[in-house]
Design a protein around this ligand. Structure first.
Ligand code: ZN
Length: 182
């Protein structure tokens, strides 16, 4: 089975709807890594992991009016965590392989990584790249559904790890939040 990025939670109800159904009411969002990995391959690398997450957010911010600010507040818009198995959201992780992560639509703001995967901050042989998976999951967090275009980061399969947005991704995010002011 090809590793599947996620379950696209709370997205199913709008299948077949062309327009993005949901977005944040503000383009300035706060985020927090509030449940850190306990796995040895990321242990002690919190700063690196936060850097990889910030970089993925910046990739979306660069092509839109979106801005992301790291916070320690429990009121963060986007809450990111590493979890295993059943972790209380009715979407249990499946262990190594299969589903790598999942994220919720705007307003929910939850992004969870399956902590049983073999992660590294950037893709390398035998390790799943947190940066490319985060880029995809942030698309969901921001309101984007999946794309059938393999060049889009919203393509739901982890085949070629992507750290840059496709033209379609840029058009879709700008349709929701506007193009950057130059
Ligand atoms: Zn997805």
């Amino acid at each position: 089975m090809r590793p599947y990025l996620d379950d696209a939670l709370r997205e199913k109800k709008r299948e077949g709807v062309a327009a993005e159904a949901n977005k944040w009411p503000t383009a300035h969002l706060t985020w927090k890594l509030d449940h850190y990995s306990s796995r040895s391959d990321l242990r002690g690398k919190r700063a690196e992991v936060e850097n990889a997450l910030a970089k993925a957010m910046n990739t979306w911010a660069k092509v839109s009016k979106l801005r992301f600010t790291k916070t320690t507040s429990s009121q963060a818009n986007i809450k990111i965590g590493f979890y295993t198995g059943d972790h209380g959201d009715n979407a249990a992780f499946d262990g190594r392989g299969g589903v790598l992560a999942h994220a919720y639509e705007p307003h929910w703001g939850m992004l969870h990584f399956d902590d049983r995967e073999s992660w590294s901050t950037t893709a390398q042989s035998g390790r799943t790249g947190l940066d490319s998976v985060a880029l995809h999951e942030l698309g969901h967090i921001l309101g984007l559904g999946h794309s059938a275009n393999p060049k889009s980061v919203m393509y739901p399969y982890y085949t070629v790890p992507k750290t840059t947005l496709g033209q379609e991704d840029i058009q879709r995010i700008q349709a929701l939040y506007g193009a950057p002011i130059r």
